[in-house]
Design a protein around this ligand. Structure first.
Ligand code: PMP
Ligand code: GLU
Length: 397
């Protein structure tokens, strides 16, 4: 009998490091160890009850059937309002769709634009899934390393140097996972100048758009000018800002051709989001007073946690912390700790911290940031404080 086998593409694909670390931590917890889990970026808040109530009503009203692939009229019009209000961009109905999480939106966007061998530029540190998704789309990831002094955002020169005749798209993520960097209007305008008149798509992952500190503002590339509006595939989602990770809701705004291509893909892959989820997400997107208050109180909590972390890490000069401007992560360079402990790399450090200090964080290498580790502050203040106690004790041991 011929040997049954798995495709090379999937064999060569890496497991999601963020989800992988969460699983490793859970295994230790199941074995009775008390682990401080600061790995996956998942709000420790429940979805605001006003949003959940809408889903419950919809289920009771029998909204449990397939909907149009792109989404119902209700969610399409809510997205239209949202992108106008938050991003300052206008989309027609056929320029919008909702997806099964922003994750699938990014994958479909890549599938929609990339031919085999095309290059897609990703800016390091980048979210772990970009690199693997680009490869899954049969394209080639091209990494551009960004600098802390530029908020870990690409400069015009860095972008220009990475562009070749094969560049098909770039993926920009601001506010950024894992660094917490936020792109300034000036930086964005400079990138727009580089891209002007090129045939390069810009996949703009704006999922952390609601999570900003110190008065930083969110600017969407789609709002910069008409050229950028046409090339930008704007992706956001309900997971982070509305604490709706498990609901799996992504939002996309782009030109008609892209939405029609992604619609074709979604129609063959996942069909649509359940209607009761679309209803709840549409309610969230309209952001009435209850939702706005919930967003504010979650953001206040993240800000407090960030500031406590920054204060506490000040007493550990071996760890160089980047002050995040948005999102909910503390990205820090642990190279000196790795050296001091005579470890091979950040991956070994991540394993040691999990096994010996019982703190789960995600190593930097899968984010394209070797030597660093990412701590999620989407966990309780208590857990964060205890985790830092453990890290401090372990480093000094
Ligand atoms: N983009 C970034 C940068 C993320 O951190 C995440 C994490 N969830 C996603 C996209 C995907 O989010 P979701 O699929 O939950 O909408
Ligand atoms: N985006 C989150 C993270 O980076 C959730 C896990 C995932 O989907 O990667 O941890």
């Amino acid at each position: 009998m011929t040997k049954l086998s798995i495709s090379e593409r999937i064999i060569n694909m890496k497991v999601s490091a963020t989800l992988g670390m969460a699983q490793a931590a859970q295994k230790l917890k199941d074995a009775g160890v008390e682990v401080k889990v600061l790995s996956a970026g998942e709000p420790n808040f429940n979805t605001p009850s006003v949003i959940s109530a809408v889903a419950k009503q919809s289920i009771d009203a029998g909204k449990v059937h397939y909907t149009p692939v792109r989404g119902t009229k209700n969610i399409i019009s809510a997205m239209q309002e949202k992108f106008k209000r938050d991003q300052g961009v206008d989309y027609d109905e056929d320029q919008l769709m909702c997806t099964v999480g922003a994750k699938s939106a990014i994958m479909m966007a890549l599938d929609a634009v990339a031919n085999e061998g095309d290059e897609v530029i990703v800016f390091a540190p980048y979210w772990v899934s970009y690199f693997e998704q680009v490869k899954l789309a049969r394209a080639v990831p091209v990494v551009v390393n960004c600098q802390a002094q530029n908020n870990f955002m690409p400069s015009a020169q860095e972008l220009k140097a990475a562009i070749t005749s094969k560049t098909k798209a770039i993926i920009l993520n601001s506010p950024n996972n894992p660094s917490g960097g936020v792109i300034s209007l000036e930086q964005l305008t400079q990138l727009a100048d580089v891209l002007k008149d090129s045939s390069i798509w810009l996949i703009s992952d704006e999922i952390y758009e609601k999570l900003l500190f110190d008065g930083h503002k969110h600017y969407s590339p789609a709002a910069i000018n008409n050229d950028m509006y046409k090339r930008t595939i704007l992706i956001s989602g309900a997971s982070k800002g509305y604490a709706m990770t498990g609901w799996r809701v992504g939002f996309v705004g782009a030109c008609k051709e892209i939405i029609s291509a992604m619609n074709k893909l979604q129609g063959q892959q996942t069909t649509c989001l359940p209607e009761f989820i679309q209803d709840a997400a549409a309610y969230a997107l309209r952001e009435d007073e209850h939702v706005r208050n919930a967003i504010k109180s979650m953001n206040d909590a993240y800000l407090e946690r960030r500031d406590v972390c920054l204060e506490r890490f000040k007493t550990m000069p071996q760890i160089k912390v980047f002050k995040p401007q948005g999102a909910f992560y503390i990205w820090a360079d642990y190279s000196q700790v790795i050296k001091q402990k005579k470890l091979k790399d950040d991956i070994e450090l991540g394993v040691k911290l999990l096994e010996e200090a019982h703190v789960a964080m995600v190593p930097g290498t899968p984010f394209g940031g070797p030597g660093s580790l990412r701590m999620s502050i989407a966990s309780s203040m208590n857990d964060i404080n205890q985790a830092i106690d453990h890290i401090e004790k372990w480093i000094n041991s």
